[in-house]
Design a protein around this ligand. Structure first.
Ligand SMILES: Cc1ncc(COP(=O)(O)O)c(C=O)c1O
Length: 362
């Protein structure tokens, strides 16, 4: 089957570019001596995780237990849940997983750590925990000084837990230039290494010093950082281009759409709206995707099932029935919108992959 024969809207994966992105990141991490533990929320596809592991990744990162369950069923045996696990039902699921595969999990408070400890200790098991450190995101995490130390001492006393180290996710999407991204990411790297050294002075091993965000490229991986968890790098997207982490050529995912209406000379409507492309838009993006090879077209508005394209120069092209390909603003969310993706080499469809962890947000 050829690309032109695919029913739209459809998510296309450029296999050769995907492979190049996976190889490139692994090579950079190998050169730095940093373990790569990619975040699979960016793709949710076991076949892609297998490619990442075969290239040299030490394991995967997930946000949700539902994702961990899908990837464990599909042969991944080392999973970091970079998320606070709260509630009895989830603790039971975590225990089930830990019986089958190597699991580590994030904690950022005694309220999260205590029930985790009780669940694992009463099952006669031990859970590896990694403390989440707040380095600017304003999300979860303890501050890298006293707060971190206090939680480390508390966790250390709890049965059923083993403190492995610390992790953070760099806050970079709000920054104004690639230079600023570099400066902030390097700063976060140094904060994390300093925090780990502080823990070691107090007798903790702090074996894992884990960072991860695609816009950071390798900047956060300063000496002393042991692990990187980027996700979006497998596909890249317009946010990454805007932040200086990728070029258009390095984008491995596009959305194929059909022009369904030409209601005016300066407007074309495509069969693809927010329900595929999502309404995500970083501050530096004025539109909702780049129409490949068509700088004259601006995807300026989305409704649920319609994309509104403005023609910079009004005219008859594109026509109803024409196919257009769009590089999305944020691929991670796009992957959660479709059941399967088409895998292409050039214009030839090599096959499809099921987005097995689609919607696994529990
Ligand atoms: C905890 C954590 N680690 C790693 C990542 C991967 O970051 P990116 O998607 O920028 O590659 C994310 C992304 O949200 C995250 O939340």
């Amino acid at each position: 089957m050829l690309k032109q024969e695919i029913d739209t809207p459809a998510v296309l994966v450029n296999l050769e570019q995907l492979e190049a992105n996976i190889r490139g990141m692994q090579k950079r991490m190998n050169e730095l001596g940093v373990n790569l533990r990619p975040h699979i929320k960016a793709h949710k596809v076991p076949e892609i995780a297998r490619m990442q592991l075969d290239a040299g990744a030490v394991g995967i990162t997930v946000a949700k237990l539902g994702e961990a369950e899908v990837f464990a069923e599909n042969g991944v045996n080392d999973i970091f849940v970079a998320y606070e696990i709260v509630g009895a039902r989830k603790l039971q699921r975590l225990l089930e997983l830990a019986r089958k595969v190597q699991i580590s999990v994030g904690v950022d408070s005694i309220e999260v750590a205590q029930p985790l400890s009780e669940a694992f200790a009463s099952a006669g098991m031990r859970c590896e925990v990694i403390i989440e450190v707040e380095t600017g995101l304003g999300r979860c995490g303890v501050l890298p000084g006293e707060e971190l130390l206090e939680l480390a001492f508390q966790v250390d006393k709890l049965p059923g837990l083993k403190l492995e180290g610390i992790f953070t996710h760099e806050a970079l999407h709000h920054l104004r230039s690639p230079e600023e991204v570099k400066k902030v990411a390097e700063g976060v790297g140094h904060v994390m290494v300093g925090a780990a050294e502080m823990l070691r002075k107090e007798g903790f091993e702090a074996e894992v010093v884990s960072v991860g965000a695609t816009p950071a490229r390798t900047y956060t991986c300063v000496k002393g950082v042991t692990e990187n968890r980027p996700g979006t790098y497998v596909f890249n997207d317009r946010a990454q281009i805007g932040l200086g982490a990728a070029t258009s050529d390095q984008c491995a995912l596009t959305v194929l759409a059909t022009v369904i209406s030409r209601p005016a000379l300066d407007r074309a409507i495509i069969d693809c709206g927010r329900k595929i492309l999502t309404s995500d838009r970083d501050w530096f993006l004025e539109d909702f995707g780049e129409v490949v090879g068509r700088p004259d077209l601006v995807l300026e508005r989305l409704q649920e099932e319609h994309g509104f394209i403005r023609l910079k120069e009004p005219g008859p092209d594109p026509k109803v029935g024409d196919l257009l390909e769009v590089v999305p603003n944020h691929t991670c969310v796009v992957m959660n919108q479709v059941d399967r993706v088409y895998v292409l080499k050039g214009d030839k469809v090599e096959g499809t992959w099921t987005v097995a962890a689609r919607g696994k947000s529990r």
